[in-house]
Design a protein around this ligand. Sequence first.
Ligand code: ASP
Ligand code: MG
Length: 414
Amino acid sequence: MGLIVQKFGGTSVGTIERIQRVADRIISYKKEGHDMVVVVSAMGKSTDVLVDMAKEISANPSEREMDMLLTTGEQVSIALLSMALQQKGYDAVSLTGWQAGIMTESVHGKARIKKLNSERIFRELRSGRVVIVAGFQGISEEGEITTLGRGGSDTTAVALAAGLKADKCEIFTDVSGVFTADPRVVPTAQKLPAISYDEMLELANLGAGVLHPRSVEVAKKHQVKLVVRSSFTAEEGTYVEEVSGMETGRVVSGVAHDDDVVKITVVGMPARVGTLSGLFNTLASNQVNVDIIIQSSYEAAVTNISFTIALGDLPRALKTLESNREQLGFEKIDHEMGLAKVSIVGAGMINNPGVAAEMFRQLAEQDIPIKMVSTSDIKVSCVVPQEFTELAVRTLHTAFGLDTLEEIAIVHGL
Ligand code: ASP
Ligand code: MG
């Protein structure tokens, strides 16, 4: 017996029949005597439908009204799920973000949760109700409805689990857990029984869509016992916890890829103190998100700076650079499209030198050119031409023992 927070994503509540199934699953937990707080997303693709409607009216709709619009999606699913439970004879109550006491920053579209006023939820739990909370929304100090960013229902669930000191947070989704690679690219991808918060955070930031990155941050900070599992089967999922690669014996836990990378090179910038800060502050204040950065030959009078961005940011990046050309003092800008970023992630890297070297060797053996590299304690990323993405991902998946999830403490080939 305990307090369990569950979250069901859009696909899991995509139809009335699926909502009924979610209700049955919640009931099976209730029968075991647990207190249940359940977060749901909007049904199916309904958030996208709302976004499209807004776009038909304006290319640049007010952020406040967007939040007002998008939060209605979750309001539909919480009410329907609550009704389904009531119909099956279980007391339930649906709560919007503000009714549930989810206080956020005063930002629209990407607000962070600041605190949880948990009295209402505890009151409902004490009266024996299942509490159904709208994901992805909260309220600011000014009383405005806010959203946490696309995919933010995961963060609602983990924040509730942290704030309510729940025994467990279960994220139910349309895949059965966290995989060693995207199974559509790597047929031999394996479901991981467990992964560390840090590894999961890297994977989530690298675009493994299974969890919203901020939910993993919150889980780590508050040591929330988190599990990702299928809403369609009874299979065990993947535990996200504070394990290290040393304990699991794995050096690499996953291979991630991101296909929409553009490399921009700013040629002939004055090589002096402040050049980098000028360039990247200008980009940042125009909301251009920069990933890998390389600066060449600081010794000469001029320097070239290359960096990568997402394809979607390209027009804004070019426009920003052009309109600040004089102030930044560069000669010209080049950009290269058709690139991808392939990354290996694993907490076990910290204790195993030569992981990056092995990655380069594996890619070289397949004649895959590496355009840029970046590393962290537990990650190595290589930018490669897009046509090699799949080959690179599969090669690395095999090389680091992920096809069979064998426990390799020593990197192959060293
Ligand atoms: N419904 C929101 C979205 O589609 C939030 C979520 O699903 O997590 O982004
Ligand atoms: Mg999601």
